[in-house]
Design a protein around this ligand. Structure first.
Ligand code: BGC
Length: 273
């Protein structure tokens, strides 16, 4: 058994104490060692700018550097613990099936196989918003919530995680709902706000249109808003009129790393009978 596989109660789940999580974004690739019991990053995060162009080979080399640095730290997990990686596209069985905000050469790339080969160790890849969603329902703003919880991340694009009774329904792409003839993320993402130079009031109007539609389609119990802009939630959440509670994410910029690590560990848990 690897040195850091912690035995919990006999016959119950086994989880590694720490797992490396890496969050691939449009501007930066960030990694950290995650304590899975607490859902926090141990020590400093390690960040490298996303290479340009962000081709699969160039990104894989950066991920390998980050994992090597984190592994060299005393609190790093042993080599046989998988690394969890998030990616900003549809990831089905480890393969990228879209590339809205990344280099188009990713489409149909087996990201899992590529990273596993380049890193020389087991890697598990998940969509970035799905990772953030898992982290929020396990450790953050959605902890203990039953029914449908939607985690919507506002960043370069709009990411979404659909969670029902704590279980993730992967690859639900609610950032690409077509609203008023537009792909929603081109109007309501954080980057769309900056690009169009609009203030918080005007942005709130766009978010109202977006979240009303999402609410109408899914009638969730709770909506959690993540992404870098969740730090400024006081500027737009109070202005939204919805019947669903809508609250900021709690893990902020750690959600991707923590959720990426968590999903790699969840796959180690024994399947329920
Ligand atoms: C992608 C999603 C991703 C989101 C946030 C969207 O454009 O289609 O897969 O989760 O951006 O990065």
């Amino acid at each position: 058994m690897p040195k850091d596989i912690e035995k919990k109660k006999p016959g119950k789940k086994t989880m590694p104490a720490t797992v490396i999580g890496v969050d691939i974004g449009g501007t930066g690739i960030k990694g950290g060692i995650v304590n899975l019991e607490k859902g926090v990053i141990v020590g400093d995060r390690y960040r490298v700018p996303t290479p340009k162009p962000s081709t699969p080979e160039a990104v894989a080399a950066v991920v390998a550097d980050i994992v090597a640095e984190l592994s060299s730290r005393p609190e790093g997990p042993s080599e046989d613990v998988p690394v969890g990686v998030t990616f900003p596209a549809i990831i089905q069985h480890g393969v990228a099936r879209s590339a809205a905000n990344v280099d188009k050469s990713w489409v149909d790339t087996d990201v899992d196989a590529l990273f596993t080969k380049v890193l020389g160790r087991d890697v598990r890849v998940i969509n970035d918003a799905d990772a953030a969603g898992l982290a929020e329902v396990r450790y953050g703003a959605g902890k203990g919530e039953l029914g449908t919880v939607l985690v919507i991340t506002l960043g370069t694009g709009i990411g979404s995680a659909f969670i029902f009774d704590g279980r993730l329904v992967p690859n639900v792409e609610l950032g690409h709902l077509e609203i008023d003839g537009h792909d929603a993320e081109t109007k309501a993402s954080a980057v769309a706000r900056e690009r169009d130079g609009i203030g918080w009031n005007e942005y709130t109007v766009r978010l109202q249109r977006y979240f009303s539609h999402v609410e109408f389609l899914f009638s969730p119990e709770l909506i959690i808003v993540g992404g870098g802009i969740s730090k400024r939630s006081g500027d737009y959440l109070p202005g939204l009129k919805l019947r669903t509670p809508i609250i900021p994410a709690q893990l902020k910029n750690q959600a991707g790393i923590v959720g990426g690590a968590l999903q790699a560990a969840i796959l180690l848990e024994p399947k329920k009978a």
